[in-house]
Design a binder for this molecule. Structure first.
Ligand code: ATR
Length: 279
């Protein structure tokens, strides 16, 4: 057992629903690490002062959730490649005067798809729906998994075009064709489709036609619980294989834990426990 009681937290607004304290407490238990992990509700105009106050308290790192991921990247003194590409950070680590920003959302998604769902992205045709913060956080790591093709589509096409342009060099490097398409005129079908929109939170319908699904396609919603329910049903009704974002949540947390503690926790076990506790 590590003889410290290091302090971590998740900062967000809202944050009451966050499962991160439970996940990190379980990681700590299973890896024999001694740490405290709290939830911090931060006023919308107080993010930077909250980070500084937390550091002054002795905080060692924090996870950042909506709506502060962009500010978190901006507050850092050092930013990882993947946080730079995303222009957003979900994981901060404090080391002396330095604030290190990383983004583990994308690797969390890719690990859940490849390791937990058993779908190898190499050479696959992928559709990424959305071009907001959630989509920006995952496109770089998706490209690193070397799918053959990624289409990014979004209600506001100009945002998809900007996101794709920012990732064009990485796509070339990994030999992945990366394009945008109009969300109302999508052509082709896909092996993996990933919903990174906030449509369900706003009572919206599924933002794409079912013709995008190849039989047996993996239809992944980055949300979980009730927010993912309509997408799961839609995928199931169209003979796709539905998966919600609970695994991504646990896997992004596992990467953050690794960054902070240097130990990889048993994420698959914790995902199974979390899923069982939510039934
Ligand atoms: P997040 O950090 O969750 O990605 P965001 O940056 O506000 O939040 O992005 C929300 C995403 O959901 C965007 O891609 C948004 O599309 P726009 O760029 O056109 O706004 C998408 N979205 C939200 N409501 C939607 C709806 N009803 N139908 C389709 N897409 C929607």
């Amino acid at each position: 057992m590590t003889p410290s009681n290091d302090l971590y937290c998740v900062m967000g607004n809202p944050v009451e629903h966050s499962k991160s304290p439970w996940i990190h407490a379980r990681f700590a238990e299973l890896t024999g690490q001694s740490l405290r992990y709290e939830k911090r509700h931060i006023a919308l105009d107080s993010f930077v002062s909250a980070v500084n106050a937390f550091r002054a308290e002795g905080g060692r790192g924090c996870n950042i959730t909506v709506p502060f991921k962009f500010e978190a990247a901006a507050v850092a003194t050092q930013t990882s490649e993947r946080a730079l590409l995303a222009q957003a950070s979900n994981t901060l680590r404090f080391e002396g005067d330095a604030i290190l920003a990383d983004n583990t959302d994308g690797v969390g998604l890719v690990n859940d798809i490849q390791r937990n769902a058993g779908v190898d992205l190499w050479g696959q045709r992928v559709l990424l729906i959305g071009a907001g913060g959630a989509a920006a956080g995952v496109l770089g790591p998706l490209l690193q998994a070397q799918p053959g093709h990624i289409t990014v589509t979004n209600r506001t096409r100009s945002k998809a075009t900007e996101l794709v342009a920012r990732h064009a060099t990485l796509a070339l490097l990994h030999n992945t064709e990366l394009i945008t398409q109009d969300i109302c005129r999508l052509e082709g079908d896909f092996d993996v489709i990933i919903n990174a929109t906030a449509s369900s939170l706003q009572g919206g319908s599924i933002p794409v036609t079912a013709s995008v699904l190849r039989p047996g396609a993996l239809a992944y919603d980055m949300m979980y619980g009730p927010a993912a329910a309509d997408f799961m049903t839609w995928a199931h009704e169209h003979s796709a294989s539905p998966r919600d974002g609970l695994g991504m949540l646990v896997e992004q947390a596992a990467e953050a834990f690794l960054i902070w503690r240097g130990v990889r926790p048993p994420s698959l076990q914790v995902l199974a426990e979390l899923r069982a506790s939510m039934k």
